[in-house]
Design a protein around this ligand. Structure first.
Ligand code: NAD
Length: 367
């Protein structure tokens, strides 16, 4: 295979610590003739300290040219008093916007060894593997008009606008159907068509894309409130859930809790395919920079390693290698290895680096 380049942006706090373990995984693949070249740069607070901005122009240009970004985490209390535009999180938001990353993928997988960490009963979540696909760049978080005004009688009035176009719905629907085809072939499209016009259009457009381009994929429509209930009642009924920005924000956090641990949750954000057919993409753990444990070598690197597995699957088109890495993580957990955040009685507690070492050993054992 020809060498592929990815941009490494470790960021702040535990970001560099967990990304270091991904670097070791990449080293393992290099020995198997899967060459991945790493370009590295600063983002977030680390970029502010060096360049005076959370995302330097040259870093953004690199991200655009390379197209595939592996991101750690940003933020920290020392940056809290910075002006809004200089805050570390602005670096991430700008990257998402400039790369046109409109599709946010949040898988919720429950490894059998961690089923007891869920707030639901073991039998409801054991073996769970669902994917929430959230529209990330439209809807009520961006719609105009928005703002707070003072009325003549002295009251205040706040407005947010939920808005979607056919094109925005079509492109996210296509991602959902494409993902379902390489999973369990089922899409649940979620909105509130009973009370919202955007919901009516959402349902109509998703159905039309299905009928025209993806008739082989099973499609169901569900109201968002029912979906929230079904996620905690019978989560294994789902495969891919596709929904708008607001509902996706809520439902993905709800699904996250089914798995029980922030340190285990990967994510990916994808853009539209370019002329070469490749999508720009950014992969990152769901968790933040965890300043409370940064520098102590105890962070859980598995969310970041699982995000890299998504990179193997969706950007490098190496689904078998992605599955191997996910199996390696499952095996390490079955062997009773844990970082502090997921520690259970009778298990062996490991540091960040020791957990990485066990993942490499499991990769060896699976090869
Ligand atoms: P957080 O996710 O950083 O931490 C929440 C809690 O979970 C903390 O107790 C932390 O120790 C623990 N935790 C998180 N990841 C862990 C891991 N891998 N292993 C073990 N324990 C882990 O969220 P927060 O505390 O609300 O935010 C801290 C900083 O991170 C803030 O500056 C925030 O703005 C930023 N943040 C960044 C991102 C991002 O970069 N995408 C996301 C969320 C928060």
């Amino acid at each position: 295979m020809s060498e592929r380049t990815i941009l490494f942006l470790p960021g702040d706090g535990i970001g560099p610590e967990v990304m270091e373990e991904v670097r070791r995984v990449i080293g393992w693949y290099a020995k198997r003739q899967i060459a991945i070249r790493i370009e590295e740069d600063l983002v977030g607070g680390a970029a502010y300290d060096r360049y005076g901005t959370p995302l330097a122009e040259q870093t953004l240009e690199k991200a655009k040219t390379i197209g595939t970004v592996m991101f750690g985490a940003v933020g920290g209390p020392q940056y809290d008093s910075l002006p809004f535009e200089k805050k570390p999180e602005r670096g991430l938001l700008r990257l998402r916007k400039e790369l046109g990353l409109f599709a946010n993928l949040r898988p919720a997988m429950v490894f059998p060894a961690l089923a007891d960490a869920s707030s639901l009963k073991r039998e409801l979540v054991e073996g769970l593997d669902i994917l929430i696909l959230r529209e990330l760049t439209g809807g009520v978080y961006f719609g105009e008009p928005r703002g707070i005004e003072v009325l003549p009688d002295g009251q205040k009035r706040a407005v947010d606008t939920q808005v979607y176009t056919t094109g925005e719905i079509e492109r996210i629907a296509r991602v959902a159907f494409e993902l379902a085809r390489v999973r369990q072939n089922k899409v649940t499209s979620v909105e509130k068509a009973n009370v919202m016009h955007t919901g009516v259009l959402w349902r109509e457009v998703v159905q039309a894309v299905h009928d025209r381009e993806f008739p082989d994929v099973a499609l169901e429509h569900m109201y968002a409130d029912n979906c929230a209930m079904q996620l905690v009642r019978k989560p294994k009924q789902f495969d891919v859930i596709v929904t708008d920005n607001l509902f996706g924000d809520l439902l993905s956090d709800c699904a996250a809790m089914l798995t029980g641990s922030l340190g285990m949750l990967p994510s990916a954000s994808l853009g539209a395919p370019g002329p070469d057919g490749r999508r720009k993409a950014l992969y990152e753990p769901v968790h933040g920079s965890a300043p409370d444990i940064a520098g102590r070598g105890i962070a859980n690197p598995l969310a970041c390693i699982l995000s890299f597995a998504m990179l193997l699957r969706y950007s490098l088109e190496l689904p078998a290698e992605a599955a191997r890495l996910e199996q390696a993580v499952a095996r390490v957990l079955e062997q009773g290895y844990r970082t502090a955040d997921i520690m259970q009685p009778g298990c062996t507690q490991l540091s960040t680096a020791a957990m990485g070492t066990q993942v490499l050993a499991a990769l060896d054992a699976l090869s």
